[in-house]
Design a protein around this ligand. Structure first.
Ligand code: URA
Length: 428
């Protein structure tokens, strides 16, 4: 049935509820170019201001899924599990997590993205490994998953094309920050990807999309409902992003830290979150006889799965990673406890060093980034290194240092009001 775009816009403008048929029509007509960008912009703004209820959000998500292909892993002989993070500074968890969960008995098909702004993208990180390829055909994905147990690659153009068009429009019309639109955008891609179970890592804090815990909880709840309504076993963890995760921020630097974790070392927060998410994924996927993730890190089987996964996508896991030509050390101005270290400011500094991009088509530097020498709660000495900045050109340091102004506080007490690493867990 055809509708009139103006009527749909007015219905939402006047706080009405859109019918399933109206939503199906408007998403399909917009994807085909029949509804104009300016009309969809007005509808998106009305949704941002007036919201959508659970049924409308589910319909909006299903309509975006139907705009493209839906992947099918039913030929695999083990359950599939996936994780999605809403993104943060130093969040390299996918890198050790995907091979770890594969080593414990589930298949992990993970479609990932590139970074935009201050948060890094998983594909940018993996592309710092010489030879590694992000773009795979569906047959290649299946072959990688069969041989390595996990695949991390770029989503093809056929997956939720309505979301691609809508996301680009939201980006330039001030309509990104709507929980129904964010939740449906993320979940349309995850559901179309065809995973049987999904664990969401919804971050809260300065370095996250959601700055406060209440908004993050609302986003998590909406996504858990969407997954559940679509028949995907979905769990969400709310986790801290008021400070960076781990000690390394930047593409090759984060690969380095992920490999440390797979080798049985790595920073405590990265290890804790990786193991916790792995357990959640194995439980959500109901993997029969699943192995314990801590064991798989200790006995080298997670590292073996990582190496197989990298090789299967053309990468050389033994090749040296690219390193930046220039470095600059930031020293502690006083002795005491590092009380805070603002994730957003560290992320912006890493971005200005060249680790991130401002526009989709910009290249990123593989070697640029930041290595932290202390985390909040730890003691620092005046004059001792607090962090080292890396860039391909020394000319980038000034602007990165400006971003770091006021990024940390050194005082007498312990970490000031830091969020717990795992704040909450939500299920249907
Ligand atoms: N990531 C997405 O895929 N969509 C959003 O709307 C926000 C973050």
């Amino acid at each position: 049935m055809g509708f009139d775009a103006i009527e749909v816009i007015i219905a939402k403008r006047d706080r009405g509820e859109l019918s399933t048929a109206q939503i199906d029509w408007v998403i399909d007509a917009y994807t085909r170019g029949e509804v104009a960008d300016e009309q969809m912009s007005a509808l998106l703004m009305a949704i941002l201001l007036n919201g959508m209820n659970r049924r409308e959000i589910a319909d909006w998500t299903q309509a975006m899924i139907r705009s493209g292909e839906r992947m099918d892993w039913s030929s695999l002989d083990r359950p599939t599990a996936d994780k999605h993070s809403t993104g943060g500074v130093g969040d390299k968890i996918t890198l050790p997590l995907a091979p770890l969960v594969a080593a414990c008995g589930a298949y992990v098909p993970q479609l990932s993205g590139r970074g935009l702004g201050h948060t890094g993208g998983t594909l940018d990180k993996l592309e710092s490994i010489p030879g590694w390829r992000a773009s795979l055909s569906n047959d290649e994905m299946l072959a990688v998953i069969r041989s390595a147990g996990a695949v991390v690659c770029a989503a093809g153009a056929g997956l939720a094309p309505a979301d691609k068009k809508l996301y680009a429009l939201r980006d330039v019309t001030g309509t990104v920050e709507s929980i129904p639109l964010i939740a449906s955008s993320i979940m349309s891609k995850k559901i179309a990807e065809g995973t049987g179970s999904l664990v969401l890592d919804v971050k809260a804090g300065s370095g996250a999309f959601m700055k406060n815990v209440d908004d993050a909880r609302e986003l998590a709840r909406t996504m858990v409902e969407l997954g559940t309504d679509a028949g995907v076993r979905t769990v969400a963890l709310l986790t801290a992003m008021d400070r960076p995760l781990g000690l390394k921020v930047g593409n090759a630097l984060e690969v380095e830290e992920a490999v440390e974790v797979l080798a049985g070392g790595g920073p405590a927060d990265v290890v804790e979150l990786t193991v916790r998410l792995a357990r959640e994924m194995l439980e959500a996927a109901a993997v029969p006889g699943a192995r314990d993730p801590e064991e798989a890190l200790k006995d080298g089987s997670a590292m073996d799965a990582w190496r197989r996964m990298i090789v299967a996508q053309g990468g050389d896991p033994d090749a040296p990673l690219p390193a930046a030509a220039e470095s600059a050390v930031v020293t502690a101005p006083a002795s005491g406890t590092l009380r805070t270290l603002d994730a957003l400011k560290v992320g912006l500094a890493a971005w200005r060093l060249g680790a991130g991009r401002a526009r989709k088509e910009d290249p990123v530097s593989a070697g640029a980034g930041i290595v932290l020498h202390a985390k909040p709660g730890e003691t620092v000495r005046a004059g001792a290194p607090l962090m080292t900045l890396y860039a391909d050109e020394a000319g980038r340091f000034d602007r990165a240092l400006q971003a770091l102004e006021g990024a940390y506080e050194i005082g007498d007490q312990d970490g000031a009001g830091l969020l717990p690493l795992v704040i909450d867990r939500l299920t249907a």
